[in-house]
Design a protein around this ligand. Structure first.
Ligand SMILES: Nc1ncnc2c1ncn2[C@@H]1O[C@H](COP(=O)(O)OP(=O)(O)OP(=O)(O)O)[C@@H](O)[C@H]1O
Length: 924
């Protein structure tokens, strides 16, 4: 580690004949309470401002001090100036930086840095806000106000480190052109982006011509930060992808050069502010426990001023370093934040150490080495520790009671720094690297300097050698060498001429200085005038606008008036018309009034009627209501009755359904009976037809035989069936068919005394009963009178008719003929003949012919067995006897006899036969 020694001096004891240097300017600014600090109880009046230079800190008893609990102790410190929380940014600038800003125009360098705890208002003091700009914006404003129109638009020189200047040419400004393009790339104004480029391109000859006709200034800005002991250029935007590349530091004898640091020329205040805004955005800040946007690095803004004066052989360069130091903070946090805090604290500590060493060397007459190399910050600011510039320290104080201990330390350091005087070490000659010969106006002379605006040039004096020579030569009263041909005389003349010229130059310089001051005042006046002009221009514009709008309003008013007049004329016309109409209307009105009166009367009468009607209606409605109530009751009653009837009806319906069921079943039964009857009738018809056939056969047989009577004819009183039988033989098929059809009709339609389908059922049993066997013995006697009686009745016909039917066994079929009962076992046959005759006839008729029953059975052989059996049974049980001829029961003798007798009695006609037949059928 290498250190520097500095010359020690006190303000009162100038060394080596130099003027006394002032001590370091230390200012204290106490910020107001912010946020919820007051509610947190931070305002405990820990700081007490005694006057504008002295401040006292109230101390608490701690382990390290001897303060007793009951005792109130104050530490008092003195600084250059104290600003309380009411101090404005502008006030602060005027007090601490305005003069310094002016002095950079005299060639002096300045360093302004802020010290303080984190969250104490350092950044706020430096940068401020757009509405309340801090020290940096105000400083730039002051500089550009001073420069006015004397900005070097040719960019003749560029800075090379702290000490050196380089003449510009077309090649060495490319970086600056690019940086300007890059920094102002978001700027809408293309002029600013390409300004430097156009200077280089459009005025190449000017760049080679470094002559000036007046005093010109150029402002160069560089902005960098010291983060974790590395230097980063803030005018290069950090890439999201790439890691920022730290800049290298190069040390020369007196200063530290930051290699490749971007320095760009700015031509006006706006450009300077935008450049700083661009760099500020790239600064490392983050949220800490104490500050939402805490600075994690020391940000250093370097404003370089290059002054080119036509009377100066070399341009001068001065710097204003404004440094926003990161805040001292307790070493809390972890990882990256802890590393940041340690680096910040280390560099601040080194800075304070340098000041302390300086102070100690000064007070204790020591020559201790400055530890400036312990941090990058102090390395860069080394020129200021060796007196190459003036230093201002602004200590920002956080008034919170929580940090009173740190505040006390800071104020202690402030008081120490305030007493420290940095004596400048003899400056080395500024090197101006001239790449081309300066073609400016020839300097009139050197060594004679009038009052300058702070130009720190070494005054050149007459060589001592010359003085020595001068003393050896004889001179006259005016001091001129006597010998005009001697070299001394010429030297003397030359010196006098030079002096004269220097005097003239001095006068001229004075004149120009005055002119410069005048011009500065004029510039200020012009600027002021320009502001006023601008203001007036704005006012004029607004007035013009007002006039324009007023004239527009006037024109429109005029048009409105014209329109209104036209409207008025029209309205007048309309009014006249309306007046006429009004008169007419008035007349109409009278008429209408009288009409209205009538109408009113009518209305009154109607109203009365209406009221009456209303009353009637009301009455009617009342009646209606009563009726409605009655009706409702009646309806309810009827509804109840209806329900009851409905119930009964349902009950009856049920009953009817049941009866219907019964009726249906009876109907079914009836149908069955009818079917049976129909079947029986059908059977009977077939029997009839067969019987007729038999009768025909019998008649044929009888005709073929010799008409011998076989049976004794019954007494004449007996109506014999033979005629009936005979008549049957005569029936034509047609009559039989008609009969059958009629029977069917009768059975279907029925007769008044016999319903259809039931005729047989109703009357047959009675017939059967009539024809049935006599129940008593008497009745069973086969007496002729009984036959006679029977023959007399209608039923006798049926008896006769049935006589040919022989009784048969049940379930007999025609095939069962051999089993048939003999005539002896058959129904009793009435034989009216004498026994001898009968026997003979029987003998003659019985053999070889079949019996009557057999014949009948054979006759019924084609009929269904059930029907034939029923008939045969019927005949067996009900027939009283069969009249048979002597030969056979099938002979026609008895029948013929009967026929004859019957024919004798009554002639048979087809109609009669039919009726007879009908009667027989009806009896069946
Ligand atoms: N004079 C003031 N008036 C009003 N508010 C202030 C003043 N000084 C500081 N503040 C406010 O205090 C807060 C902290 O200020 P600032 O960030 O400048 O502190 P800092 O010392 O720079 O902190 P760090 O060292 O952490 O960067 C900010 O919100 C700022 O607006």
């Amino acid at each position: 580690m290498s250190t520097d020694t500095t010359a020690l001096a006190t303000p009162t004891e100038p060394t080596n004949g130099r003027r006394a240097e002032p001590p370091v300017n230390v200012y204290v600014r106490i910020r107001p309470f912010i946020g919820d600090e007051i509610t947190r109880g931070e305002n405990q009046q820990m700081l007490c401002i005694r006057d504008e230079k002295r401040i006292a800190v109230k101390l608490y008893p701690t382990a390290t001090n001897n303060i007793r609990p009951a005792q109130t102790s104050y530490n008092e410190y003195e600084v250059t100036r104290i600003f309380d929380h009411n101090c404005t940014q502008q006030e602060l600038f005027e007090q601490i930086l305005e003069q310094s800003t002016d002095e950079i125009f005299t060639g002096s360098n300045w360093l302004l840095c802020t010290l303080g705890l984190t969250n104490s208002g350092k950044t706020h003091t430096m940068f401020g806000t757009p509405k309340d700009p801090g020290l940096i914006p105000q400083c730039l404003q002051r500089i550009f106000l001073h420069i006015g129109y004397n900005i070097d638009t040719k960019v003749l020189y560029k800075p090379d480190g702290l000490e050196n200047l380089v003449q510009t040419n077309m090649n060495n400004l490319q970086d600056e052109i690019n940086y300007r393009k890059y920094i102002f790339k978001d700027d809408k104004d293309d002029y600013r982006r390409t300004r430097l480029q156009s200077i280089v391109q459009d005025q190449p000859s000017v760049l080679d011509d470094h002559s000036v006709e007046d005093e010109h200034y150029s402002i160069w800005i560089s902005f960098f930060e010291l983060y974790n002991e590395s230097v980063f250029d803030l005018l290069i935007k950090p890439s999201a992808m790439k890691k920022r590349k730290p800049l290298r530091l190069m040390q020369n004898n007196e200063s530290t050069v930051i290699k490749d640091l971007v320095q760009i020329p700015v031509f006006d205040l706006k450009e300077a502010e935008d450049t700083i805004r661009f760099g500020y955005a790239n600064r490392a800040t983050s949220k800490t426990d104490l500050n939402e946007a805490s600075s994690r690095s020391h940000a250093v803004l370097c404003i370089t001023l290059i002054n080119i004066d036509e009377f100066e052989e070399e341009p001068t360069m001065s710097h204003m370093y404004i440094c926003d130091l990161a805040g001292n903070e307790p070493s809390t946090g972890t990882g990256k934040q802890l590393a940041e805090t340690c680096n910040i604290n280390t560099s601040l500590m080194t800075f304070k150490d340098c000041i302390r060493v300086l102070n100690e060397n000064q007070t204790a007459k020591k020559q201790m080495l400055l530890p400036y190399r312990n941090s990058v910050l102090t390395s860069i600011f080394r020129p200021f520790f060796i007196g190459r510039g003036r230093t201002i320290i602004c200590c920002n104080v956080n008034p919170c009671a929580t940090f009173i201990s740190q505040t006390n330390d800071l104020l202690k350091f402030s008081a120490l720094a305030q007493k420290t005087i940095i004596v400048p070490v003899e400056p080395a000659q500024k090197k101006v690297v001239l790449e081309s010969k300066i073609k400016g106006p020839k300097r009139l002379g050197q060594g004679v300097r009038g009052p300058t605006i702070g130009k720190k040039k070494n005054h050149q004096t007459v060589d001592s050698e010359d003085v020595e020579e001068e003393t050896a030569v004889a001179v006259d009263a005016s001091g001129a060498p006597v010998d005009p041909n001697s070299i001394h005389y010429w030297k003397y003349c030359t010196r006098k001429a030079l002096e004269l010229l220097q005097k003239q130059a001095s006068n001229r310089r004075l004149f120009f200085i005055e002119r410069h001051e005048e011009r500065t005042q004029t510039v200020q006046y012009v600027l002021h005038q320009r502001d006023q002009m601008e203001q007036l221009f704005n006012e004029k514009q607004s007035l013009n606008q007002n006039i324009e709008s007023l004239s527009k309003a006037h024109t429109s008013e005029h048009e409105h008036l014209k329109q209104a007049k036209e409207n008025y004329a029209e309205l007048e016309k309309k009014f006249n018309e309306l007046f006429k109409k009004y008169a007419n209307a008035n007349r109409d009105n009278d008429t209408l009034r009288s009409r209205l009166k009538n109408v009113q009367q009518k209305f009154d009468s109607l109203n009365t009627e209406y009221n009456t009607t209303i009353e009637q209606n009301r009455q009617y409605e009342q009646n209606q209501f009563n009726d409605k109530t009655n009706y409702t009751e009646e309806i309810n009653r009827l509804t109840r009755d209806y329900e009851q009837e409905k119930h009964e009806k349902a009950h009856k319906d049920k009953t009817i359904e049941q009866l219907n069921g019964k009726l249906l079943s009876e109907k079914n039964q009836n149908e069955k009976f009818l079917q049976e009857v129909t079947q029986l009738r059908h059977d009977l018809k077939s029997i009839h037809s067969k019987y007729d056939t038999l009768q025909v056969e019998l008649l044929q047989l009888r005709e073929t035989k010799n008409n011998e009577p076989v049976l004794v004819a019954p007494p004449p009183s007996i109506s014999a069936p033979p005629p009936i039988l005979a008549t049957r033989t005569l029936r034509s098929k047609r009559s039989a068919h008609e009969e059958e059809t009629q029977d069917n009709k009768k059975s279907k339609l029925g007769t008044p005394d016999r319903p259809a389908g039931n005729s047989g059922l109703v009357h047959k049993p009675s017939t059967r009963r009539v024809l049935s066997k006599p129940n008593t013995e008497e009745e069973r006697k086969p007496t002729p009178p009984i036959v006679k009686d029977v023959a007399k009745t209608k039923s006798s016909v049926s008896i006769l008719k049935k006589r040919p039917l022989a009784p048969s066994n049940s379930a007999d079929s025609p095939m069962m003929t051999p089993k048939l009962t003999t005539p002896a076992t058959a129904s009793p046959i009435i034989d009216l003949r004498p026994p001898s005759v009968v026997a003979t006839s029987i003998q003659s008729t019985m053999s070889p012919k079949p019996t009557a029953i057999q014949r009948i059975q054979s006759f019924f052989r084609h009929t269904p067995p059930s029907a034939s059996n029923r008939i045969i049974n019927h005949l067996k049980t009900n027939s009283a006897g069969i009249a048979c001829a002597p030969s056979s029961p099938t002979t026609a003798s008895p029948i013929a006899i009967l026929q004859k007798s019957s024919l004798a009695m009554r002639k048979q006609t087809p109609k009669r036969r039919y009726k007879l037949r009908s009667r027989v059928n009806s009896n069946q």
